[in-house]
Design a protein around this ligand. Structure first.
Ligand SMILES: Nc1ncnc2c1ncn2[C@@H]1O[C@H](COP(=O)(O)OP(=O)(O)O)[C@@H](O)[C@H]1O
Ligand SMILES: [Mg+2]
Length: 459
């Protein structure tokens, strides 16, 4: 079932069978609006009634439909549930061929979630567990070992992807900040909302045409009637594609997020994802946000970017606990110094074990100098990607030692106003500079650990 009319027909028949009455006009308006991913205020406006009336009617309607579509039915998953449900009945005669295809896929170590026990518990007893399995290829994703929750970021991403229908989401931030780990966790939570999920690492990016072919083959191998193009799959199915280490598509030594000549096709694809209509979502994990996508986001297209920062204190403390550090009262100070960055905390905690047998107060005994040690190669990798202007601005920001205003721009930096502002913008797109809101407006702060590194390089 792919069109609105068929859905309304199906819902109407179901309602008659259940209650002896057809859909009421307001129920029809709600189903129609939700199918088209409209929000309740818009539905109320189109139907010329109050928002509270739509909400009340919708709540009653979902309650009825839960018997058919599962107890976890919500506004945002209505469409995917109806489609999955009806696709199963439409293709039941193809069951045998699907089993064969599943076997082929499993042999290639691609995982299919067809066992209802693998679905979320809330789903397991519902009729939706009869659904066509989500076909998942996570062979290139990192394994999730110790993971401590990031409730704020997890719910933001779920909201964007499932409720707001964002088609392209960029998660950017420093290396080791937890982009991949968070995304693997997210997939565990939302996998049942998709028909296909595939993770590709761009650690060593192939030409775009190769990736395109790979994705196309992944989608088409389970389809008796393949679609003509990749974008046609993204339109016909709910696909989730994760591309990791996207920074490798961008130039080094220049302003952040500009495609290398050989990877410009990727840029066109991302733009197409953000501007043309489809039902899928692509998540980009990157050290830097794309310049072009930042511009499209400002134009209010259906794409978003999230700058991933450190873990909350409770989660970061778990890392220190796992590493067996002593002096619990000083954990918060260590987390503050290394900004809850999970990878940095792991590395520093290992050093504290190595040098001081886990005795944190000995490590913190000289508070003026921040110890970098094994973090240096990680910081160098970021420094090397900066443009000359960004290096100059980072040096200037490091000297200030506090958040600064950027207007008027500092003449002593030796840069023109546009060079200076562009460098700040670019450093922010790399997550190395943060914009802080203060009473008088905004101030910019360089990442404190990076600041120490820059200072150590300058002296
Ligand atoms: N939420 C988390 N809880 C615990 N450890 C984490 C978390 N996120 C990341 N880590 C640790 O930090 C390391 C780097 O995370 P990763 O997701 O690979 O970073 P990125 O993809 O941003 O480079 C992981 O191997 C893991 O040890
Ligand atoms: Mg990663």
């Amino acid at each position: 079932m792919t069109n609105l009319e068929e859905m309304l027909n199906w819902a109407d028949n179901w309602m008659v069978a259940q209650t002896g009455e057809p859909l009421t006009p307001i129920q029809e308006a709600i189903l129609k609006g939700v199918w088209q991913r409209q929000k309740y205020p818009q539905i109320a406006k189109d139907y010329n009634c109050s928002e509270s009336y739509v909400k009340k009617e919708a709540a009653d309607l979902w309650e009825k439909l839960r018997d058919e579509l599962g107890q976890d039915l919500k506004k945002y998953n209505f469409r995917s549930k109806v489609e999955k449900k009806n696709r199963v009945s439409e293709i039941s005669h193809l069951h045998d061929s699907f089993l064969q295809i599943d076997n082929v896929i499993c042999n290639q170590s691609i995982q299919t979630i067809k066992d209802t026990q693998h679905r979320s518990p809330s789903n397991s007893n519902s009729p939706s567990s009869k659904n066509q399995p989500t076909i998942i290829d996570l062979t290139e994703a990192p394994e999730l070992t110790d993971y401590y929750p990031r409730p704020t970021e997890e719910s933001t991403l779920k909201q964007w992807i499932l409720e707001d229908g964002m088609r392209l989401v960029t998660l950017y931030g420093l290396s080791g900040i937890g982009k991949s780990a968070l995304t693997v966790k997210l997939i565990q939570d939302i996998q049942t909302e998709f028909d296909y999920i595939i993770w590709r690492s761009l650690g060593n990016p192939p030409p775009f045409s190769t990736l395109q072919t790979e994705l196309y083959q992944f989608f088409s191998q389970s389809q008796p009637n393949p679609c003509a193009t990749l974008i046609a799959y993204l339109r016909s199915f709910r696909c989730l594609i994760i591309l990791d280490d996207v920074q490798n598509l961008f130039k080094s030594g220049e302003i952040a997020g500009q495609y290398l000549a050989e990877y410009e096709e990727y840029g066109k694809f991302f733009k197409q994802l953000a501007t043309s209509s489809h039902r899928s979502c692509v998540i980009l994990l990157s050290w830097e946000n794309s310049r072009e996508l930042a511009t499209l986001e400002a134009e209010k297209r259906p794409l978003r970017s999230l700058h991933l920062q450190g873990l909350e204190t409770l989660a970061a403390e778990q890392i220190l606990k796992d590493k067996g550090l002593n002096d619990e009262t000083q954990w918060a100070e260590l987390i503050r110094l290394y900004q809850g960055h999970p990878c940095w905390l792991n590395i520093i905690a290992a050093t504290i074990q190595e040098l001081f047998n886990g005795n944190l107060s000995l490590f913190l005994s000289n508070p003026t100098e921040l110890f970098l040690g094994d973090l240096e190669p990680l910081l160098l990798a970021h420094l090397e990607r900066l443009s000359d202007a960004e290096k100059t601005v980072s040096g200037w920001l490091a000297l200030q030692g506090e958040a600064v205003e950027i207007s008027p721009h500092p003449v002593e930096s030796g840069l023109s106003k546009s060079e200076f502002w562009q460098a700040i913008q670019s450093l922010a797109r790399r997550g190395l500079v943060e914009k802080l809101s203060v009473e008088s407006g905004y101030r910019f702060l360089i990442n404190p650990v990076f600041q120490h590194y820059i200072q150590s390089q300058l002296t």
